[in-house]
Design a protein around this ligand. Structure first.
Ligand code: SF4
Ligand code: SF4
Length: 155
């Protein structure tokens, strides 16, 4: 009776002084790696004062989950832009194909992984939300691994 108790306590004592393998989330957060494919972000073109997206619909066409909805329109400069751009993250499989397909590098995968919502509609991101840089977990960096620029530069 005493021997199994001592044996059990010795295991407890042994692990009491070792480094824990678990994290105290959310005080401590896991850092997404640079190639992490979190929720997407549409990029803004500062020079032209508009979103980079030209509403070509290539991302929506290539998306295997068919969760991207783009409706193009023409602005006063006769440039095409996305009047509607939506991604339904309920269906997204975070494959990154949309980023790969974009001819103007208008969309990237970010390091954001905390995407829980209370409703299914809350996981449907519209253009305004997608243009916002997500609140990344402390220490995480935005992944540009899949953007055209970074692929061309080999980084
Ligand atoms: S990451 Fe994949 S599934 Fe998600 S929107 Fe892009 S192409 Fe579609
Ligand atoms: S994000 Fe890129 S691929 Fe998708 S509609 Fe805009 S320009 Fe085209």
């Amino acid at each position: 009776m005493l021997w199994p108790l001592l044996k059990g306590l010795s295991v407890t004592l042994k692990y009491f002084f070792t480094r824990p393998v678990t994290m105290k989330y959310p005080e401590q957060r896991w850092e997404a790696g640079p190639r992490w494919r979190g929720r997407q972000q549409l990029l803004w073109d500062e020079e032209r004062g508009r979103e980079k997206c030209v509403a070509c619909c290539l991302c929506a066409t290539v998306c295997p989950a068919q969760c991207i909805r783009v409706e193009g329109a023409e602005n006063e400069r006769h440039e095409k832009y996305p009047a509607v751009y939506e991604i339904d993250l309920n269906r997204c499989i975070f494959c990154g194909f949309c980023v790969e397909a974009c001819p103007v590098s208008a969309i990237i995968m970010t390091g954001a992984y905390e995407l829980a919502e209370y409703t299914r509609d809350g996981s449907i991101y519209g253009k305004e939300e997608l243009l916002q840089e997500p609140q990344l977990p402390k220490g995480a960096e935005r992944s540009t691994t899949f953007s055209l620029e970074s692929r061309l530069s080999g980084k």
